[in-house]
Write a protein that binds this ligand. Structure first.
Ligand SMILES: [Zn+2]
Length: 236
């Protein structure tokens, strides 16, 4: 079992916009080469991917003390399944349909109500977060679907629509997670960094927010230092 990898970097999950995943965790972020066929001239433009075994990826993640993996690109189902089986948290960011096993997370573009309906159905067992290219896509969406935006006017509109987890990743940034029931800030973020997190329960009203962890995993001191002044550190 192997993957064609362009690059692998250590970074904070906050910088990858998957907010309900594991706040404050550092992750091995892997860009996959998805071009087919591999001889395509386009491959050249993307850089040269290398074939890496799942073993090699696991070894590298453990070397940097992380159980959190985020893939950009179409991660094959069986690789995701194997990594989950080994106790890793697996998230994927991609913009076309792909099959993922139960327990994985997916950050995906969505463009219309039909598109989103199909995604919600296809990813019933998967934790889904979306970035809509068109706000109409959200018309019938469940209010607890995390929505990521890159426009302040859109952010205001989506908040007004009653969504619980809405984020704006451009000026003025709004990247905190608030309790959907009482509005108390639960995870506070600035500049793509987690400043503080109360854990999965609201400290004021006890509401349980849908994160994927009970507490922030320990980040080794050396990695904290690297990431305090760099966006990411290439390790693959
Ligand atoms: Zn609350």
């Amino acid at each position: 079992m192997s993957l064609k990898v362009i690059a692998g970097q250590i970074t904070y999950i906050e910088r990858l916009y998957i907010y309900h995943y594991v706040p404050g965790a550092h992750a091995l972020w892997i860009s996959l080469d998805s071009w087919e066929p591999p001889e395509s001239p386009l491959e050249f433009l993307r850089g040269e991917g290398r074939q890496l075994s799942v073993e090699e990826i696991v070894k590298r993640a453990l070397k940097y003390s992380t159980k959190t993996l985020v893939f950009d690109g179409p991660l094959p189902y069986e690789v995701a399944e194997e990594l989950l089986r080994r106790g890793f948290r697996v998230a994927v960011r991609y913009d076309a349909p792909l099959e993922l096993p139960k327990g994985a997370s997916l950050l995906m573009q969505t463009s219309s109500p039909e598109d989103l309906r199909a995604q919600l159905k296809a990813y019933d067992d998967v934790h889904l977060e979306v970035y809509p290219t068109n706000l109409e896509a959200l018309e019938e969406a469940p209010k607890d679907l995390p929505v990521h935006l890159f426009s302040w006017p859109d952010y205001l509109k989506v908040e007004k629509m009653g969504f619980y987890y809405v984020y704006n990743h451009t000026q003025p940034y709004r990247e905190d997670t608030k309790c959907p029931r009482c509005g108390t800030p639960n995870a506070v973020r600035e500049n793509d960094t987690l400043l503080g997190w109360d854990g999965p329960r609201c400290r004021r009203c006890g509401f349980r927010l849908h994160y994927h962890a009970e507490e922030t995993p320990e980040v080794p001191r050396v990695i904290r230092e690297w990431l305090s002044w760099r966006f990411s550190v290439p390790v693959l």
